[in-house]
Design a protein around this ligand. Structure first.
Ligand SMILES: [Zn+2]
Length: 482
């Protein structure tokens, strides 16, 4: 036997023909075979032998559905197509994974969300579920076993290792950070599906070894378990959160405060881009609502100091505010919207600290944060604890931070009760002992009002997790020195 698993029938017309490391399934329809994932180039021979063992011929293979373009699941498709003449289906978004190199190929059809791929008596519903890759698809179909109909589901893009920072930032990968947000949205969507038979890209994802042990001895089919799907999705969700929590714990966040506001007009795109150019790995900004309900980025209550105009943000519509100019040392820019900032920079390796400055911005902020997929790399802050309570009521999984001059025991209790994650004191109130104490209580510590280099150094040395500075270049240099 070439493979390490003898092929077998899972349920209904569904068979397993893959290996321990690379799952490959076939559906035996009344008009030939639909294969789900092709395995790698190195497992084609084992798959062909498994088909033969089950009494199928390669010529029976009509359709190969690929969950995503990674080589361990799509690498065998080209050769299988040559042997069988089957049509290969993959999402266009994953072409970059299969289109080049000696085993590269172009699929015969691009999968579209909601496609129903039919062959003979079998229909496979295809859902676009990006995250693991840009074009991951999940497949659903009915299996008839002992007169009962069961729904089978293959989450085509599970596994979160490629959503680690170290992987995403590799120059040969360049995976957008938006994929983390996409992965969470995919999990939300898949939770809506009812699934009785959970399949995996890899055998360990659906505990296949354990089920195989029971398959021929127990009266019940161990592959039929309507509780497994949601448990599986919950495990995937927790696995990505674990990565994100560990990364945010270990990485010091150097927030460009209102952008690089020491040298550029504050809270403008010019200042945000300059902050990134100077080595910041975070952007801090302030949100207020315009009169016509658009969240824009502006710090002061009054427009006067930086624009020279009368009144405040809420007195004007966005169109009116667009005519104003934010000034700094002869440089000018306009007031940006929160959406402009996220559209420009959400895909980068940046943490966003978004301060709720005015009233009533909570819903608009949460909406944009999710829409641009930065929910897992942002912290929503405010001096007003009630605003944090409101944001948590709307979006309980968003991280929040309370800005305060200093923190009493009562403040800490209030924060814990409200579920606030980050404690943001003035820099002069940060000492190593207090940081240790706050960390022990589970809070991130991120000082503000870091007005000079001495305060900056002291806060870094005290063990803070990040800070807002107007001069991210000097903070980056100091972090580099240490
Ligand atoms: Zn993969």
């Amino acid at each position: 036997m070439l493979g390490d698993i003898a092929p077998f029938r899972i349920a209904g017309n569904l068979y397993f023909v893959g290996t321990h490391a690379k799952s490959c399934h076939v559906l035996a329809t009344s008009r030939g075979l639909i294969m789900i994932d092709s395995g790698g180039i190195d497992t084609v021979d084992a798959i062909l032998e498994s088909l033969d063992t089950l009494g199928f011929s390669p010529k029976d293979l009509k359709i190969v559905l690929l969950t995503h373009g990674h080589p361990d699941h799509a690498g065998g498709a080209k050769r299988l197509r040559e042997i069988s003449g089957a049509e290969v289906f993959l999402a266009e978004e994953d072409l970059k994974y299969v289109g080049e190199g000696p085993s590269g190929f172009v699929p015969d059809r691009f999968l579209q969300d909601g496609d129903e791929v039919a062959l003979g008596d079998t229909v496979v519903t295809c859902l676009f579920t990006p995250g693991h890759t840009e074009g991951s698809f999940s497949f659903f179909f009915d299996l008839v076993e002992n007169g009962m109909t069961y729904r089978a589901g293959m989450f085509g893009g599970s596994g979160v290792n490629q959503l680690k920072k170290s992987y995403m930032n590799r120059p040969d990968r360049r995976v957008s950070y938006l994929m983390r947000g996409a992965f969470f949205k995919t999990l939300d969507r898949l939770e809506e599906e009812h699934v009785d038979v959970t399949l995996g890209n890899h055998t360990w994802q659906n505990n296949q070894d354990e089920k195989m042990k029971k398959l021929f001895v127990s009266p019940e089919n161990p592959f039929i378990d309507p509780t497994e799907w949601r448990k599986y999705l919950a495990r995937e969700r927790e696995a990505l959160w674990k990565i994100i929590r560990e990364e945010t714990k270990s990485a010091f966040v150097n927030y460009a405060h209102r952008g690089a506001s020491e040298t550029r007009p504050e809270n403008t795109m010019t200042a945000f881009y300059e902050g990134v150019a100077l080595g910041a790995n975070g952007i801090e900004t302030d949100v207020q609502m315009t009169r016509d309900g658009v969240p824009v980025l502006f710090h002061d209550d009054a427009l006067l100091r930086v624009t020279g105009e009368p009144g405040s943000i809420g007195d004007y519509t966005l169109a009116e505010l667009r005519k104003f100019t934010v000034k700094k040392d002869g440089m000018t820019d306009r007031i940006p919207t929160l959406e402009e900032l996220l559209a420009a920079l959400s895909w980068r390796d940046l943490t966003f600290a978004i301060e709720l400055k005015g009233e009533g911005a909570e819903e608009a902020v949460a909406d944009l944060v999710y829409r641009y997929g930065v929910d897992c790399k942002c912290v929503v802050t405010s001096f007003v604890l009630d605003r944090l309570r409101r944001i948590r009521a709307i979006a309980p999984d968003l991280r929040t931070g309370w800005l305060k001059k200093d923190f009493t025991d009562e403040d800490i209790e209030a924060m814990q009760a409200a579920g606030v994650d980050e404690l943001c004191p003035r820099a002069e109130n940060v000492t190593p002992e207090r940081v240790e104490e706050w960390h022990a209580l589970g809070f991130n510590v991120r000082p503000w009002a870091v007005t000079d280099d001495a305060l900056m150094r002291a806060a870094v040395d005290a063990g803070a997790d990040g800070m807002t500075v107007n001069f991210p270049d000097r903070l980056a240099a100091y972090l580099g020195e240490r």
